[in-house]
Design a protein around this ligand. Structure first.
Ligand SMILES: [Mg+2]
Length: 277
């Protein structure tokens, strides 16, 4: 499990750097920094309350001190993440439905792999709501993390997709009507036709991002075609590429030689080693 975790997060970081700049693909951005900040917070926290507190602090330190950043300065960030940390309150408006909290959520699929679906979802909502508190985003975070958890379990894309559908039905029953209405916005990902059509619209809007990630993963033949397909989404390529590669890194080994080329490789390695799996 530990090796799989590392492979997935390194593939994520590589996707982040490659999506940001395919010609010099080794400098990762906020996606990886904030993912590391979540791993660090989790490793230091007993219970959900401390996890939330430590994650808030880590994100704040990312902005103020460049913590978890390859150059010790914050390298790119989303407006919602920045504003919410400043105001100490997650934003809830229709204009705050970006992918900023989903981009750091992947580790939860590993860290809470054996916990119940509802427990994982609770953690996921808490981590998201620090910056992105709109229910549409919480649903998107559930879809992403639960798909990752199913991939870890089944190591097969199609089986994982069926499993995701079942889990989303359980969550819908649990959270109710509003949750279901936002879940509907993502439903294309369960339709086989969606994957045969031209690539979906790409942007940092959470629903667009999730659709692009699924499109990339299901149209890829291997981890390198996943990198190629996902990096072509012009609207937010670093995040779409990172989040797609993080998932594909659960299915396939990504050669270690690439990890080691990443800027501040040791910062990633050190953070990943905080976790025992
Ligand atoms: Mg980024």
């Amino acid at each position: 499990m530990k090796n799989l975790f590392k492979n997935s997060i390194y593939a994520f970081a590589f996707g982040d750097a490659y999506g940001e700049n395919p010609h010099f693909p080794y400098i990762w951005t906020d996606d990886t920094s904030l993912t590391l900040s979540l791993i660090d917070a989790f490793s230091k926290s007993k219970g959900i309350y401390l996890f939330k507190k430590n994650l808030y602090k880590n994100i704040k330190d990312y902005f103020e001190k460049g913590k978890f950043s390859p150059y010790k300065i914050p390298f790119k960030y989303g407006k919602t993440t920045y504003k919410s940390i400043k105001r100490k309150k997650g934003l809830k408006s229709e204009f705050s439905c970006g992918n900023g909290s989903a981009m750091r959520a992947l580790p939860l699929g590993f860290l809470l792999f054996k916990k119940s679906l509802l427990r994982r979802s609770r953690y996921n909502h808490v981590q998201s709501a620090i910056t992105h508190a709109h229910l549409r985003v919480l649903v998107g975070c559930d879809i992403y993390v639960e798909f990752a958890q199913s991939l870890i379990k089944y190591k097969d894309k199609n089986t994982a997709l069926k499993d995701l559908r079942k889990k989303m039905d359980i969550l819908t029953n649990f959270y109710g009507k509003n949750y279901f209405s936002y879940f509907k916005e993502y439903e294309d990902i369960f339709k086989p036709d969606f994957y045969k059509k031209a690539p979906p619209k790409s942007s940092a809007f959470i629903v667009d991002t999730i659709k692009c990630i699924f499109y990339s993963v299901f149209n890829a033949k291997d981890i390198f075609t996943c990198l190629k397909i996902s990096s072509k989404f012009k609207g937010d390529p670093d995040t779409i590429c990172a989040m797609s590669m993080g998932l594909y890194g659960i299915l396939e080994v990504f050669p270690k030689v690439y990890f080691k080329k990443l800027k501040s490789y040791h910062l990633i390695e050190k953070t990943l080693n905080l976790i025992r799996l």
